[in-house]
Ligand binder design. Structure first.
Ligand code: C2O
Ligand code: CU
Length: 485
């Protein structure tokens, strides 16, 4: 029995308090543990959580102020934490075999040869780090934006995120604070996910190996990616939020495993309100871009301002997914409750520090094909004809060098690079789309498309990744090593 749409109030994830702020660093502690929640009214759903809730607690940071998060794993299986969009040294970036072992003394076997670490008394030449608690250190020396943290374990990222291992991490700075954008209760993070529920209230996920130990991947009907029939925003089904007739800053994250959205804000009388985009995955745009329809692929973030004074007091504005059908068309709604003073603004110039790399800056152009294939005898998703292998070196880039990457796709693939932000140069030879503006870390390749991106590999040397962020594709091989040397 699914709840009617727009009845459950929108939750906003709690902001985590640091355990200390001394020594120039904010320190946090998060225990990963099993918990349950009443997601559908009257039904108990077991989850895997960061700190007992889904989404996990939000971390609020200032640009350039380092953060250390101590993660303790009380879940039954190993985990890996990745801060998506973070400019992070490799040893804290959450490489898929860099495990945090279960604290409960469960065995650490994950079914992949490279996942055996010191816990087995073996010495793996690939230097797998395995611990029961782990300090992740994030310098956060980067443009302010909405980041998110999520599980990234080898072969089993998708079911771990599905079970609840995802949370938000906001980076701010003074320049952004001074813009006068909607703030406080008029700034809302919206983590959009889809999930399916089994008859017993548990989350339903079609793993080939429900123990999540040996064989990655999903049952045949789900090879393209797992879609749920319930849309959750901040963990609540089709929620509603009461707003003033004023501008709101909506910080949208598509944290769904595989579902794409094309969002529009529709009034009761069928009008579409402007979605004024002010930021992309990696922070503020140079100038706002107005959309009526906003495509959002898995892992992308869009920072948008919506002016609810464009709808009558007492009416409702629904956020709708044009790609959905039936109940998956609805995402959430805003009830315009009252007139109110609005001193916020959206300046015509939002930022002046966007990198403007030119093709002529690039020292090389690389081509990568994202296509279906075979992995370890099962269906796979491949980059350049190969499934992910932590022991293989795929791409070595020089620290500080600019490159153009040309990414081609068979079907839809949202491609994500760790460590760096990039700009979209072209789509199949044509100019980028309006929502490609700004600095991104995930770009949605549409079926049959060739997308060119450009970036400078700045920050840190070490072993990083790039991959498809359709989480099922990622687990079925669509990931590669990116070494910055
Ligand atoms: Cu959000 Cu490598 O991932
Ligand atoms: Cu993909």
């Amino acid at each position: 029995p699914l709840p009617p749409a727009f009845q459950v109030p929108l939750p906003v994830p709690a902001v985590l308090e640091p355990v200390t702020t001394s020594g120039g660093t904010d320190r946090y502690e998060i225990t990963q543990r099993e918990a349950s929640a009443e997601i559908l009214p009257g039904i108990t759903t077991p989850l895997w959580t960061y700190g007992g809730t889904f989404p996990g607690p939000t971390i609020e940071s200032r640009r350039g102020r380092p953060v250390t998060v101590t993660h303790r794993n009380e879940l039954p299986l190993p985990t890996v934490v990745h801060l998506h969009g973070g400019r992070t040294p490799a040893d804290s970036d959450g490489y898929p075999t860099d495990l945090v072992l279960p604290a409960g003394g469960h065995e650490a076997h994950t079914g992949h040869a490279s996942a055996h670490g010191p816990a087995h008394g073996m010495h793996d030449p690939r230097a797998v780090v395995t611990e029961r608690t782990r300090d992740y250190t994030f310098p956060l020396d980067q443009r302010p934006t909405l980041l998110w943290y999520h599980d990234h374990r080898m072969d089993f990222t998708a079911p771990a995120i599905w079970r609840g291992l995802a949370g938000l991490h906001v980076v701010r700075d003074d320049a952004e604070d001074d813009l006068g954008l909607p703030a406080g209760p008029r700034e809302l993070p919206l983590m959009i996910t889809d999930r399916s529920f089994a008859a017993d209230g548990g989350l339903a996920y079609p793993s080939l190996d429900p123990s999540l130990r040996e064989r990655p991947g999903v049952l045949e009907p789900y090879l393209a990616g797992v879609l749920g029939d319930v849309i959750l925003v901040n963990g609540a089904p089709w929620p509603v939020h009461e707003v003033d007739a004023a501008r709101y800053r909506l910080r949208i994250l598509n944290a769904s495993n595989a579902r794409h959205y094309e969002l529009e804000a529709v009034t009761d009388d069928g009008r579409r309100l402007d979605l004024v985009q002010i930021g992309a995955d990696q922070g503020l745009l140079a100038a706002p871009v107005t959309h009526r329809l906003l495509p959002v692929a898995p892992a992308e973030r869009y920072d948008v301002v919506v002016d609810f004074s464009g709808a009558p007091v007492g009416s409702r504005v629904s956020l709708v997914n044009r790609l959905g059908s039936g109940r998956t068309r609805d995402v959430m709604a805003f009830r315009v409750a009252r007139r109110a003073l609005d001193e916020s603004r959206v300046p015509g110039t939002l930022s002046t520090d966007l990198p403007d790399w030119r093709r002529s800056d690039a020292v090389r152009v690389r081509d990568f094909a994202f296509r279906a294939g075979r992995m370890r005898g099962d269906h796979g998703w491949l980059i350049g004809g190969l499934p992910f292998d932590p022991a293989r070196s795929d791409v070595a880039v020089g620290l500080g060098e600019v490159e153009v990457w040309r990414l081609v796709a068979d079907v839809h693939h949202p491609v994500h690079l760790h460590l760096v932000g990039f700009r979209v140069l072209s789509r199949s030879g044509r100019p980028p789309l309006p929502h490609d503006a700004g600095l991104k870390d995930t770009v949605s390749l549409r079926p049959g498309e060739a997308v060119e991106i450009i970036t400078r590999f700045d920050g840190y040397r070490g072993r990083y990744l790039f991959h498809c962020h359709n989480a099922e594709h990622e687990d079925m091989g669509m990931m590669a090593n990116l070494e910055v040397v």
